[in-house]
Design a protein around this ligand. Structure first.
Ligand code: PCA
Length: 327
């Protein structure tokens, strides 16, 4: 009986498909590394809905959250090689490929979201060009909240970071670890809770949002609001997949992307305040950095920026000059 109903339903569905004739639907998968409840993911969800509405369902994008399709470091390449049509990845993690990807991970270059957005405007043409060479279209980029220090013990100066098992996510965070004499270990966000629970790491620098998302207060006690940099996630689509769309669908995607970018930056600011409150609520001691810690980090930051500029060459210098002139 059940089988007969199923067959009848399937037949009806097939005839409906046939009757719509030329109706063609494009399906894209999207890889992302962050949990579905994270604010970047919510923003993606809205983007996907906007595209669906604007294209009357002719472009269906299915996001795969929590690194379920690819791990974060693999996502960029997966889009590049066409293994997945769309992806979201953390730009500064790719600094070894091109220094320009690491620009928004430089310590104390920007002081707040407005400056971070200006830096992004200066960086954007370079990012677009780099990604284009890698077979991708940059759809949008959204900032994480400012990056601050979490630790299992009090940190009054850089010397207190010495020997700490230090989680890193980029060449710059690894270099900072090295400069303070910590023990750097690369851990992806998706593995953060486990690494903390098993004692693989004792401290890190990340956003209030990631701290709250992963309930870092369960294993770490202190949060120092140093706001060292404001890095971004980029959302890209493979050039091939984008190029296969008709003009009006392409426009719908770009329009939804522009809206997602605006919404994401606004949401990031709000998420920061909410997440800091959640950290406190969870028992985390939220503190301002001491004058000594600030001074020490400032020096480390200057070293890291100098090293970046030396490697980034003329483009790097031009972008820093352009950003400073327009500030
Ligand atoms: N959270 C991500 C990237 C930056 C952030 O705030 C992470 O820690 O991996």
């Amino acid at each position: 009986m059940q089988r007969r109903i199923f067959c009848a339903t399937a037949a009806l569905a097939a005839s409906l498909c046939l009757s719509t004739g030329a109706y063609a639907q494009t399906k894209w998968d999207m890889a992302t590394a962050y949990p579905a409840f994270n604010f970047h993911s919510k923003n993606i969800e809205q983007f996907v809905q906007d595209v669906d509405t604007a294209t009357k369902g002719s472009l269906k994008i299915t996001p795969h959250y929590g690194a379920s399709l690819f791990k974060m470091p693999e996502i960029k390449r997966a889009v590049q090689t066409g293994n997945v049509q769309m992806g979201e990845f953390f730009l500064v993690s790719f600094q070894n490929e091109a220094q320009m990807f690491g620009l928004d991970g430089l310590p104390f270059l920007v002081k707040n979201y407005d400056e971070a957005f200006k830096l992004y405007q200066a960086q954007k043409p370079f990012l677009e060009k780099l990604l284009d060479k890698q077979g991708q279209v940059l759809l949008y980029a959204v900032a994480w909240p400012p990056q601050s220090i979490y630790s299992n013990k009090t940190i009054q100066s850089a010397a207190d970071l010495k020997g700490l098992k230090w989680r890193v996510y980029s060449p710059t965070t690894a270099r900072i670890g090295e400069l303070v004499g910590a023990q750097p270990a690369t851990i992806q966000e998706a593995e953060l809770s486990q690494a903390l629970a098993t004692g693989v790491i004792e401290g890190l620098i990340t956003s209030s949002a990631t701290g709250a998302d992963n309930k870092l207060f369960e294993n770490l006690k202190y949060y120092y609001n140093v706001q060292a940099w404001i890095p971004k996630n980029a959302v890209t689509v493979s050039k091939k997949a984008f190029g296969a769309l008709d003009k009006s669908t392409q426009e719908a995607v770009l329009k939804a992307a522009a809206a997602a970018e605006q919404r994401g930056w606004k949401e990031s600011r709000e998420v920061d305040a909410r997440s800091i409150a959640a950290l406190k609520q969870g028992g985390m001691q939220v503190e301002q950095p001491s004058a000594q810690l600030k001074a020490d980090l400032g020096k480390i930051g200057a070293t890291v920026i100098k090293e970046w500029t030396d490697k980034a060459g003329a483009d790097g210098q031009a972008i820093l000059d352009g950003y400073k002139a327009g500030k």
